[in-house]
Design a protein around this ligand. Structure first.
Ligand code: NIG
Ligand code: FE
Length: 422
């Protein structure tokens, strides 16, 4: 079991998009032509190199699942299924664990379609457009932001995502960061304070003063609403944060009781990955430009720090893809997430991300599926999601397909949706 013991389960955990399910009776989900549990018999994923793909994926044919109040109570062959109060027949479709999107920036107003078009015409990305989203977000009311969040989360569920992490980072004032987190917490337990996304335009004359604000009164106002602290550590961007600045932010966040995750090595090789490893971050995200020493650090941190790859960003910024193959072969824990945001990647589709991972980053379909489920759960230090196993959350994604392989094989097709058991 790689890292399972390190995972913690929050006292309450809600799947994405439900406001808390009413207690229900036992539901038998049957007619599952192919069930990918991502779990071995002992509830962990098989990592034995000799294991077949089916063994590694904990794959069952003609299977069924019994769920009670959103928790898996039984998994096995349909012919052996126990009786239940209700029965849902999926007619031979494939079922996989609901996707765990461990990286998103959903609290924003406005869009930056013009910036995208300019980028496609040759204007490089440097993080400066974040200020445009900050202005639009500050100008929006709570109700407007709440409605936008609700719509975005509904889109995610329609694409098979059942858990989402949501960051702040388009407020960048005490009040606007606090309300971004408060609103995000209405939808998920995985809330991340990203006051150190960029130095906002009005603070550019005195960067140190802005870092003081983030580490002081902003953190104080925000910490009660968040589980995680994150920082955009990217010296290659004039808007993001240096190693020294990022270190201050992470120390302050950790002292305030938040757990650490880091944006690093997106635009150029830099200090992000090694800083994340030093802080025993749950995840370092992007990992697009890595030195051999960064890879070594990530290998040494397996079981603690996950490398979360966000290939939708490389697609939407026309950048080189991270070396997923090299990371996996070296033994790094890898997750896939969307990074859904108005600037670098305005898609929340994990099926699309899986297709990119297979086509562009040479992950196998099985590796990509595991990275978007178990990997995301590890990146959030959650043991109750990302797998279909007794005692875990009954977060299932059903596919309009006979096999999980269709996710990469049929890119862009509407194959996956979160299964509603209520
Ligand atoms: O993860 N890297 C920093 N933040 C986002 C982009 C945000 C934006 O451009 O609005 C990212 O790519
Ligand atoms: Fe991001």
């Amino acid at each position: 079991d790689r890292g399972g013991a390190a995972m913690t389960t929050p006292a309450s955990s809600r799947p994405v998009g439900t406001g808390g399910r009413a207690a229900s009776d036992a539901v038998l989900v049957t007619g599952i032509g192919e069930l990918v549990t991502c779990a071995g018999a002992d509830g962990t994923i098989a990592v034995d190199a000799a294991a077949s793909v089916a063994q590694r994926l904990g794959l069952l044919r003609d299977a069924a699942v019994v769920a009670v109040d959103g928790v898996v109570e039984w998994v096995g062959r349909a012919v052996d299924a126990p009786a239940a109060d209700r029965r849902l027949d999926l007619g031979g479709r494939a079922v996989v664990p609901g996707f765990v999107d461990s990286h998103s920036h959903l609290v924003y107003a406005g869009d930056r379609a013009g910036e995208f078009s300019a980028r496609m015409a040759g204007t490089p990305y440097d993080g400066g457009g974040i200020g445009v989203s900050v202005s639009a977000t500050r100008a929006a009311s709570d109700d407007e932001l709440r409605a936008l969040l609700q719509a975005r989360i509904a889109e995610m569920r329609a694409l098979g995502t059942t858990t989402v992490e949501i960051k702040s980072g388009y407020g960048l004032s005490i009040a606007d960061e606090e309300r971004s987190l408060r609103l995000a917490a209405e939808f998920t337990d995985e809330v991340t304070f990203l006051g150190a996304h960029v130095v906002p335009p009005e603070a550019r004359a005195d960067r140190a003063a802005y870092v003081d604000l983030v580490c002081g009164p902003m953190l104080q106002a925000c910490a009660p609403h968040a589980r995680w602290i994150d920082v955009f550590c990217e010296p290659a961007s004039p808007h993001a944060f240096t190693e020294a600045e990022a270190r201050r932010v992470l120390v302050a966040g950790r002292d305030a009781g938040l757990e650490v995750r880091v944006h690093g090595n997106q635009l150029a090789a830099g200090p992000g990955v090694q800083l994340a490893v030093e802080f025993e971050a749950a995840s370092v995200d992007h990992c697009t430009f890595l030195s051999p020493a960064d890879v070594d650090a990530l290998v040494g941190a397996a079981g603690t720090t996950v490398a979360t790859l966000l290939p939708g960003v490389e697609f939407s910024t026309r950048s080189p893809y991270p070396d997923a193959r090299g990371l996996l072969d070296a033994g790094v824990d890898v997750a896939l997430a969307s990074d859904c945001n108005p600037g670098t990647c305005n898609t929340a589709s994990l099926p699309f991300v899986i297709a990119l991972a297979v086509r562009e980053m040479r992950m196998t379909s099985a590796e990509a599926l595991v990275a978007a489920t178990v990997g995301g759960a590890r990146a959030l230090r959650r043991g109750d999601i990302g797998r279909i196993a007794v005692g875990g959350r009954a977060d299932l994604a059903v596919l309009e397909a006979p096999s999980f392989e269709h996710l990469a094989y049929r890119p862009g097709m509407p194959l996956a949706r979160a299964l509603d058991l209520t």
